[in-house]
Ligand binder design. Structure first.
Ligand SMILES: Cc1cc2nc3c(=O)[nH]c(=O)nc-3n(C[C@H](O)[C@H](O)[C@H](O)COP(=O)(O)OP(=O)(O)OC[C@H]3O[C@@H](n4cnc5c(N)ncnc54)[C@H](O)[C@@H]3O)c2cc1C
Length: 390
C-alpha cells in the first residue's frame, strides 16, 4: 500500500508533533495573550523550542539544523497554533529566510546566518511588501545601487513582521544592470542596526506577540556581500521562498483552526441549557463543527501534499498545491473561529476565552502573505488557463 503510506506522516514527524505539542501546551493561549498584552514577544517559548531543535528542523544539519524538510517545520508551526501559541516568525525566519539562504546564500552567508536561524538565537524578518506596490510585487521600488565596494539601498516597506525581535531583515529590492540599465530583483541581508535603517511600529487590531513595522531605508550602506547569492538569480531566489511561505501560512491557519475547533467542541460537550443535553447535541451547532472538521482535514492533507512535492524538489509542482493549501487553510481558519465564537454564545466574546481576539487574527489568514484573491487569480490562470484580468 505505497499510496496509503505516502499520506501517512513519517514516524519521526509524528513524534516531533507530539513533542512540540507537549512543549507548546505548557505555555498555551494564556501565555500568548499575556505576552500580547505586555507588548512583548514569546521569547521564553521561542528560546526553549530553539534549544530543543524545533525551530531549525528544515535547516541542513551541517549548519546545526535538523536536516528535514518544510513538511517538518509546518508540523511544528501547526502544533504551536493548535496549542494557542502561533507566531509569524516561524514562517518568516526559518522557513522563508532559512530556505532562501540554504539554497542560494554564499558559503559565508550560510555559515554566518544559518546556525543562528536553526537554533532560534537569531531571527530574521522578511520584507517584500511596499506601500505603493501591495500585492503587485513587480511594482516595488526599493533599489540598491553600487558605490565602489558597497551597496546603497533606498526604499520603503510596510507590514513587516517581527523587526523588533530580528537582528536582520531579508529585503527584496532591485538592482540596475550596469550593461542594460534594466532593474532586476535582488535580495539583501540588512542588519537592523545599520545607519539609515529605521523601523516604525504599525498599531494593529490583532492580539498577538508578533508586531508589524514600516521600514524606512535612506542611503543604507551595505557591504558587497549583503547581496544574497548570485546577482543574476534574484527572481529565482524569491520564488524559492514562496512555496515554503505558503505551506507555512497554511500550517499556521490549520493550527489556528484546530485550536478554535477544540475549544468549541469541548464547550459544546459541557454546556447544558435545555433539559439534560449539552448544546453539542443540537445539529445547528454540531453540523457546522463537523463541516469545519472536514474542511480542516482537507486543508491539512493539501498542506501535507504541497510539502511532499516541495521536499521532493518539485518546485513547479508544489506551487499549485501550496497555493490551494494556503487558500483552503485560510478559509477554514476564518470559519472555525467564527463558529467557535457562535458555539460559546456570550462567552465567545468574553476575554477569558480569547476567541473574540482571535477574530481579527484569523482574518489575517485571508490577507497575508498572499491574499485570497491573488490565489484565486493564480488558480484561474495557472490551473484553469483562464485569461489574466489585471
Ligand atoms: C499581520 C500582517 C503581517 C504581515 N507580514 C509581512 C511580512 O513579514 N513581510 C512582508 O513583506 N509583508 C507582510 N505583510 C503584508 C502582506 O503580505 C500584504 O498585506 C498582502 O500581500 C496584501 O497586500 P496589501 O495589504 O498591500 O493589499 P493590496 O494589494 O492593496 O490589496 C487590497 C485588496 O485588493 C485585492 N486585490 C489586489 N490585487 C488584486 C487583483 N489583481 N485581483 C483581485 N483582487 C486584488 C487584494 O486581494 C485585497 O483584498 C503582512 C501583513 C499583515 C496584515
Amino acid at each position: 500500500m505505497t499510496g496509503a503510506m505516502t499520506f501517512d506522516e513519517p514516524a519521526e514527524r509524528v513524534e516531533l508533533r507530539a513533542a512540540v505539542a507537549a512543549l507548546a501546551s505548557r505555555y498555551g493561549p494564556e501565555y500568548t495573550r499575556a505576552k500580547a498584552a505586555e507588548g512583548a514577544y514569546m521569547s521564553e517559548l521561542w528560546k526553549e523550542a530553539g534549544e530543543l531543535g524545533y525551530l531549525g528542523v528544515n535547516i541542513p544539519e551541517e549548519y546545526g539544523g535538523g536536516g528535514g524538510g518544510i513538511g517538518d517545520l509546518a508540523a511544528v508551526m501547526e502544533e504551536f497554533g493548535a496549542a494557542g501559541c502561533p507566531t509569524l516568525m516561524m514562517v518568516v525566519s526559518p522557513a522563508i529566510c532559512g530556505t532562501v539562504l540554504s539554497r542560494f546564500g554564499t558559503p559565508e552567508q550560510r555559515r554566518s546566518r544559518l546556525p543562528g536561524l536553526a537554533s532560534g538565537e537569531t531571527i530574521m524578518a522578511f520584507a517584500i511588501t511596499e506601500p505603493d506596490a501591495g500585492s503587485n510585487s513587480h511594482r516595488i521600488t526599493t533599489t540598491a545601487r553600487r558605490d565602489g565596494d558597497e551597496w546603497v539601498l533606498n526604499g520603503r516597506k510596510t507590514f513587516i513582521s517581527g523587526v523588533d525581535v530580528a537582528d536582520a531583515v531579508l529585503v527584496v529590492g532591485r538592482v540596475e544592470d550596469s550593461d542594460t540599465g534594466r532593474l532586476s530583483a535582488a535580495l539583501f541581508i540588512v542588519p537592523t542596526e545599520t545607519p539609515g535603517f529605521e523601523a516604525r511600529r504599525i498599531e494593529m487590531d490583532i492580539v498577538s506577540p508578533d508586531h508589524q513595522f514600516q521600514l524606512f531605508m535612506d542611503d543604507v550602506r551595505l557591504p558587497a556581500d549583503a547581496l544574497v547569492g548570485d546577482p543574476d538569480a534574484g527572481l529565482r531566489q524569491l520564488f524559492a521562498g514562496l512555496n515554503p511561505e505558503r505551506i507555512m501560512a497554511a500550517a499556521f491557519s490549520t493550527g489556528f483552526a484546530r485550536h478554535a475547533l477544540d475549544q468549541a467542541v469541548s464547550y459544546a460537550k459541557e454546556r447544558v441549557v435545555w433539559r439534560d443535553r449539552p448544546i453539542g447535541a443540537h445539529q445547528g451547532l454540531a453540523h457546522p463543527l463537523a463541516q469545519i472538521k472536514i474542511e480542516m482535514e482537507q486543508a491539512r492533507l493539501m498542506t501535507h501534499y504541497a510539502a511532499l512535492r516541495y521536499d521532493a524538489g518539485d518546485d513547479a509542482g508544489a506551487g499549485e498545491a501550496a497555493n490551494m493549501a494556503k487558500y483552503a487553510a485560510a478559509e477554514v481558519c476564518v470559519r472555525s473561529v467564527d463558529q467557535a465564537v457562535q458555539t460559546l454564545g456570550g462567552n465567545g466574546l468574553a476575554s477569558e476565552y480569547g476567541l473574540g481576539a482571535m477574530i481579527a487574527a484569523s482574518r489575517l489568514a485571508r490577507i497575508a502573505p498572499v491574499s485570497r484573491e491573488m490565489i484565486l487569480n493564480y488558480v484561474a490562470q495557472q490551473s484553469l488557463g483562464l485569461p489574466k484580468s489585471y
